[in-house]
Design a protein around this ligand. Structure first.
Ligand SMILES: NC(=O)c1ccc[n+]([C@@H]2O[C@H](COP(=O)([O-])OP(=O)(O)OC[C@H]3O[C@@H](n4cnc5c(N)ncnc54)[C@H](OP(=O)(O)O)[C@@H]3O)[C@@H](O)[C@H]2O)c1
Length: 409
């Protein structure tokens, strides 16, 4: 693979998130000249040239590659010219399948930002075996969903093993602070998922299954469906509400455990929640947030409501302003325990600077691409998770290049 023309092709470089990933790669790795050999790709040459001009400076040396999702022959050429493809072309269920097929076939590593669980299930069922044969590492969820959850759990389990000689049977993800917004592409992807769930009972079954991304025959365990009500977390002494991305992240973490040969045990349990302020306002706030998110997902499950709301939401290409991206942040605690009624054995914190979904996500995705291209990884091919595909190498990169830190508290 080293004889390929590029190390990384960024497909979707004209989109809201794609532009941010391009800016990150340029800042960290320059444009060719002995470093990472990378290119901008998309469906419109003119739009790509505008992006390259807007990036300025060294970007002038970046090659442009044209490929539309509707043309499989172009996707095959795309996949055969590079060692890694980094895709921000979404909704992935609408545009992404042909490229994953091409990467699995050509042994090209791949990373993206999808949170569309039903589509990941489809990619696993269709391409995992072929990717294993060709050595292609296909890695979904390389942004805020699900790197803090997945690599955070790997990190806290490493610390458990080091300090206590055994993995934790329970890991709890508790988001303490989070400030960020949504882009049109994310809205479109969520709406697409609701549409598919409306039409197809199999999609609904995958979305409802807590082990929906696990390999066939390994879809059972102690975890149940996502919580919808607030609960009191005695380890924190605070009320906790459902975490907005839990239905994605929990599936990814459980797939990691399964792909690692259940290194964290068959009785491993993992859940996610958002911590409410301590004191008398904790419960009313938790009840309000839970009721609010239940109301939003119930409303969004009606096609008529979706059609009414769509024009009012951010459109493709739009997203949080530069100032909002700069002012964002996230702070997540991971609590590891050996028994439900036992003490917290290790408490780790994952922090990120900037809007989690865009500033931080674009850096995490850029680093995932760089990691797949430049680092010495020992994972096999397949449809993997960030922790399984890149594990320690990505844990080492993120604090240095992406402002995302993993520390024992
Ligand atoms: N997990 C996370 O943390 C996270 C965070 C951010 C975003 N995301 C996901 O990332 C994806 C992108 O979001 P976004 O806000 O950046 O979306 P966006 O601004 O709408 O960008 C979409 C990109 O897809 C391209 N595209 C559309 N149709 C295409 C086709 N037929 N062939 C080739 N390219 C095509 C667009 O090209 P044109 O410019 O030519 O239209 C554009 O470059 C979404 O699925 C979103 O959910 C996830």
């Amino acid at each position: 693979m080293n004889d390929r023309e590029f190390d990384v092709i960024l497909w979707g470089a004209t989109g809201f998130t794609g532009r941010l990933v391009a800016a990150h790669l340029l800042e960290r790795y320059g444009a060719g000249a002995g470093g990472l050999r990378w290119a901008l790709a998309g469906r419109s040459e003119q739009k790509l040239a505008e992006v390259r001009d807007a990036l300025g400076g060294a970007a002038a040396a970046l090659p442009l590659v044209i490929a539309d999702a509707a043309d499989q022959s172009l996707l095959d050429v795309l996949a055969s010219r590079t060692r890694v493809i980094c895709s921000t072309v979404g909704p992935y269920a609408r545009y992404g399948s042909g490229l994953v097929a091409a990467c699995a076939h050509h042994g090209t590593h791949y990373c993206d930002l999808t949170g569309e669980v039903h589509w990941m299930r489809r990619m696993i069922d269709t391409h995992h075996e072929r990717a294993r044969e060709t050595g292609a590492r296909i890695v979904h969820t390389c942004g805020f969903d699900s790197i803090p959850s997945d690599l955070g759990t790997l990190f806290v389990q490493r610390e458990m093993q080091r300090a206590h000689g055994a993995a934790a049977t329970i890991v709890k993800f508790r988001a303490r602070e989070m400030r960020g917004g949504f882009s049109g592409g994310t809205v479109a992807s969520m709406l697409e998922m609701f549409e598919e769930a409306d039409r197809d009972p199999e999609v609904r079954a995958v979305l409802a299954d807590p082990y929906g991304l696990n390999p066939q025959g390994q879809r059972q365990g102690l975890d149940g469906p996502e919580r919808t009500l607030p609960s009191f977390d005695a380890d924190l002494g605070a009320w906790v509400t459902p975490f907005v991305m839990a239905a994605i992240n929990t599936r990814v973490v459980r797939r990691s455990n399964a792909l690692l040969g259940h290194a964290w045990g068959h009785d491993f349990r993992y859940d996610e929640g958002m911590v409410m302020p301590f004191g008398p306002w904790g419960f009313p706030l938790a009840a309000g947030v839970s009721a609010g998110s239940a109301a939003v997902s119930t409303a969004a499950s009606f096609g008529a409501v979706r059609r009414l709301l769509t024009p009012l939401l951010p459109q493709p290409g739009q997203g949080p302003s530069e100032q909002a991206r700069r002012n964002g942040l996230f702070v997540i605690d991971l609590l590891a325990k050996s028994a439900a009624d036992g003490p917290v054995a290790i408490r780790a914190t994952v922090r990120g600077e900037g809007d989690p979904g865009y500033a931080s996500t674009s850096r995490m995705l850029g680093e995932a691409a760089a990691c797949l291209a430049l680092d010495d990884l020992d994972s096999p091919g397949g449809v993997l998770t960030p922790a399984v595909a890149m594990g320690d190498a990505l844990l080492a990169r993120l604090p240095v290049h992406a402002g995302v830190t993993f520390e024992v508290a």
